[in-house]
Design a protein around this ligand. Structure first.
Ligand code: HSE
Length: 302
């Protein structure tokens, strides 16, 4: 049996659209073992969103593993059983589907030979399309990532430890819809606005410079186009700041909203959920530390 743990992630961090993400200390755990006859697949789901996840080969973890196995899948002589225990809420902006892709790629690596973290990264980015969720889920910590020559370049950035609040509404806002909400072009002045904010946000995170972070989390190239689709989202960000958060922005493509704070996380989380509630949405808040650890894997006895 192979056991894989993959952390939640928060992508973009305001202005760093598609180029920056950070791992959070909330984990999905997956196992894979030989099972049944050639071609059989079963997936047992538990935890967050279990009732919504497929239990057959269309489950993202199983689908990813099998797609990468290629001819080996046809000649294994047995099928595969997967278990998925989720702590990361589905469709939240916390990289839940990235955890499934990273687990699937890691399982395929294990079946094909050695597990190589760089290859897991390359393959996961190919599947996911952009690497700001899968990257930190694999490497851990705060990660910069950019496309280059058909692959990606990544660099880890050491940060001061951070504790965040993420408030997730019961609202369906798939990444595909969130991306479709973006314009083809953005004004030049907005691009410049974001360049500056992204560079300063990075510096603020490295140095624990909260005054700078409060300003540098602003964004003009994705958030304004998305927030209007999520009822109450603007007032959730305002509520976080009014309750003492350093700053607040969409987590990834949303609909979850992340707030950075040094203290008062409980109150901030309550105020954010209350703001969603006033817009007619139920919401839950998580208080999460960052983690420098990325995907872990171990072969165990069944
Ligand atoms: N950078 C991505 C986006 C993260 O904002 O669309 C979500 O996968």
């Amino acid at each position: 049996m192979i056991r894989v743990r993959v952390p939640a992630t928060t992508a973009n961090l305001g202005p760093g659209f598609d180029c920056m993400g950070m791992a959070l200390d909330l984990w999905n755990t997956f196992t894979m073992e030989p099972w049944g006859a050639q071609g059989d697949v079963v997936v047992e789901n538990s935890g967050e969103g279990a009732e919504r996840l497929a239990t057959d080969g269309t489950n993202l973890v199983a689908e990813t593993t099998i797609a990468l196995l290629g001819p080996k899948w046809e000649a294994m002589g047995h099928g595969l059983k997967f278990t998925c225990h989720a702590e990361v809420p589905c469709g939240s902006g916390l990289g839940s589907s990235s955890t499934a892709v990273v687990a699937g790629v890691t399982f395929a690596e294990a079946l094909l030979g050695d597990i190589d973290r760089d290859r897991i990264l390359r393959r996961s980015v190919q599947i996911e399309g952009h690497g700001d969720n899968v990257g930190p889920a694999i490497v851990g910590g705060l990660l910069l990532i950019m496309p280059h020559n058909g692959g990606v370049i990544v660099r880890s950035v050491l940060t001061e430890p951070l504790r965040v609040v993420v408030c997730v509404p019961d609202f369906d806002f798939p990444t595909s819809v969130a991306r479709a909400a973006l314009p083809e072009k953005v004004p030049h002045k907005d691009a410049v606005f974001n360049l500056g904010r992204a560079m300063f946000a990075l510096q603020a995170l490295r140095n624990g410079d909260d005054d700078l972070l409060a300003i540098a989390l602003e964004d003009r190239i994705h958030q304004p186009y998305r927030l209007s689709h999520i009822p109450g989202a603007e007032s959730v960000i305002a509520a976080a700041k009014e309750t003492g958060a350093i700053g607040s922005c969409l987590s990834g493509a949303g609909p979850g909203i992340i707030a950075f704070a040094r203290s008062g996380h409980d109150l901030i989380g309550q105020a954010m959920a209350e703001a969603y509630s006033q817009a007619g949405l139920q919401a839950r808040s998580w208080i999460l530390d960052t983690t420098t650890e990325g995907v872990t894997f171990e072969r165990t006895q069944a």
